[in-house]
Write a protein that binds this ligand. Structure first.
Ligand SMILES: Cc1cc2nc3c(=O)[nH]c(=O)nc-3n(C[C@H](O)[C@H](O)[C@H](O)COP(=O)(O)OP(=O)(O)OC[C@H]3O[C@@H](n4cnc5c(N)ncnc54)[C@H](O)[C@@H]3O)c2cc1C
Length: 367
């Protein structure tokens, strides 16, 4: 029987053994106490990952053989139902049996048709400013990519010091809407003090070469029957827009509430695209932009405050929804706090837009 433990037990060392990747012949030795992700990375086995401390959920996989102990509660990314079906985070799993096998998500036949992640060369074909600190980045890819709306890619800049660590960006258009399978579009916010976005926004990078790995991530539309609650803050709108475009293309008919948080009116973007989706949507479509820092004397007549204020006010009426949340970790965490009381975990889906600052904070909290 698979053994799961949700409480941390740092003194237990784990016994070490061998890690097998289902559907491939890759095997890694696992040192005593080492996590499954640690073993995979040491042996250069491709594995989606980012934070290594259980915050991002990128290394979610399915245990198909053996026993593991979890170093900490992973319920932020793995629902109780998923846990009982064997889903784990590789970065928080220590082998408790000599042989362990995991299925890497995105690589399995039964994984919603998702393509296994691969690395490819890319070049920047266009950069368009959408707001004072958000640009639309268009890439031309060396090979075709198939992704599902809601997934993300990891970008690195070969040959530029400090930019060899991957940065995650969600695909900002539905795969069905692309003119070519070799095109990828992202909405990228300039993070003050950020290494990659500092480089990107410092000059016109058209023609520069990047390396893209993907597609990654489990965020994708799943519910056929429930109304949709989509909550986005900042560039969290990118994957939500892609999911809604996909829904439109596939003729979804259920009702949608889209709540978009921004600081001021000039930070709201892609409004025309949202209004176009709203107009053509088959069910009802409520679009609620919420501004947190718009000046009192502006002509803005929409909602003010935080996205979570809106959710708190409406929480009862949102209880039958399936929720999709994307944006900064602080927004996601407070929105989940509200929605968790009303919406069952299996209908709560989210991508927390972590950066190296939030990962460092999380890592120091568990150290
Ligand atoms: C699944 C996913 C999808 C995402 N999708 C998008 C998207 O579509 N669009 C988007 O704009 N963003 C997205 N993000 C967030 C995006 O990946 C980050 O904002 C981006 O990596 C910032 O990169 P950077 O190199 O500019 O900043 P980083 O170098 O990562 O730095 C970010 C901040 O942390 C600080 N910092 C860096 N290192 C440390 C340290 N060791 N200790 C303390 N502070 C530190 C920096 O000063 C800076 O303020 C996504 C994130 C995830 C996880």
């Amino acid at each position: 029987m698979t053994m799961f433990g949700l409480k941390s037990s740092p003194k237990q060392s784990g016994r070490g053994g061998a890690l097998h990747i289902a559907g491939s012949d890759r095997v890694a030795s696992i040192a005593a106490g080492e996590t499954l992700l640690g073993a995979a990375v040491r042996e250069d086995i491709p594995f989606p990952r980012m934070c290594n401390v259980g915050e991002c959920g990128a290394c979610k996989c399915r245990l198909t053989r053996g026993h593991v102990r979890l170093k900490k509660d992973i319920s932020l990314h793995v629902s109780p139902e998923e846990l009982s079906s064997g889903f784990i985070l590789a970065c928080q799993s220590v082998a408790e049996s000599a042989e362990v096998e995991v299925e890497v998500l995105g690589a399995g036949d039964d994984d919603a048709g998702k393509q296994a992640p691969r690395k490819m060369d890319a070049s920047i074909t266009q950069m368009t400013m959408l707001t004072p600190d958000v640009c639309e980045l268009e890439l031309s890819l060396a090979v075709d990519i198939d992704y599902v709306a809601g997934q993300y890619a990891q970008l690195t800049v070969p040959g530029v010091m400090g930019l060899d660590e991957p940065r995650c960006y969600s695909f900002a258009e539905a795969p069905t809407g692309r003119s070519s399978k070799r095109r990828a579009i992202f909405h990228i916010r300039h993070v003050p003090g950020g290494a990659f976005t500092g480089w990107l926004f410092a000059a016109d990078r058209t023609g520069d070469r990047l390396c893209l790995s993907g597609p990654h991530g489990g965020l994708c539309y799943r519910e056929a029957e429930r109304p949709l609650l989509c909550v986005a803050a900042g560039t969290g709108l990118a994957p939500i827009k892609a999911i809604l475009e996909q829904g439109l293309a596939e003729g979804f008919t259920h009702d949608v509430t889209l709540v978009v948080g921004a600081r001021t009116r000039r930070d709201l973007y892609a409004i025309d695209s949202i209004l176009a989706i709203q107009e053509r949507w088959h069910g009802s479509f409520a679009f609620v932009p919420v501004l947190s820092q718009e000046s009192e004397d502006s002509a803005w007549r929409g909602r003010r405050g935080r996205v979570t204020d809106y959710l708190r006010e409406r929480e009862k009426s949102l209880a039958d929804c399936a929720a999709y949340l994307c944006g900064p970790p602080a927004m996601i965490d407070s929105a989940l706090e509200v929605l968790r009381h009303r919406i069952p975990p299996k209908h709560l889906h989210h991508d927390r837009f972590l950066d190296r600052g939030s990962i460092a904070t999380a890592a120091s909290a568990v150290a």
